[in-house]
Design a protein around this ligand. Sequence first.
Ligand code: SAH
Ligand code: DHB
Ligand code: MG
Length: 223
Amino acid sequence: MGQDQWTAVDGYVSGLLAPHDEALDAALRAGAEAGLPQIQVSPPQGKLLYLLARTIGAERILEFGTLAGYSTIWLGRALVPGGRLITLEASAEYAEVARASIARAGLGEAVEVRVGPALETLPGLAAEGAGPFDLVFIDADKVHSPEYLAWSLERTRPGGLIVIDNVVRGGTLAEADSEDETIAAQRRLHEQIAAEERLVATTIQTVGAKGYDGFTIALVDSP
Ligand code: SAH
Ligand code: DHB
Ligand code: MG
């Protein structure tokens, strides 16, 4: 039991329920060939993002952390006709790779990749009056997830969802006295959610091809 088995089960589930088509395969290949880190969501996790967006009929989606555009394609495919997705990526090089894959997936019109550290691109989005969003996926630099959540909460409609990836990190989330800034940020995020009356949330631990981690799903409650 362990990593090999988790990977095998992810492979089994993906094969039947989250199979790749040419565009998803090509996005992974393009990322690998360009030397991008292979840290995108797993296929079953991509399918979960798709399912969540489909379930709420998402028309406006915001993503923090594009990488090669893999999660972007899953989310973009869930948009209702005419829907839009904005994805924020710090690296201009990653964004170029992602744009090509997103276009190959037929999502070039629906998806905008915005380059720059999110804390620097968010004011522009706010000034444009972006949102309200139906779904936000926070998956960029993990130390800033609490700031991204605070910003997103003000711009997500009641009934909308905010999903935050990589909050469990091998179980270190439970370490109260950790000096690791990333872990401390995930704990702050949880305290922030607990204190926020507008959010109803839980965190689910996961094992799979990417090891032991987990994500938070938060619903923006109706007033
Ligand atoms: N969501 C992707 C994976 C994202 S990995 C997927 O599942 O397919 C995290 C990404 O966040 C990397 O591409 C990294 O370059 C980007 N990133 C790091 N710091 C950032 C920042 N401050 N603002 C925006 N993106 C950032
Ligand atoms: C890392 C980032 C991710 O978004 C992820 O899902 C796994 C790992 C990382 O930066 O190592
Ligand atoms: Mg992630």
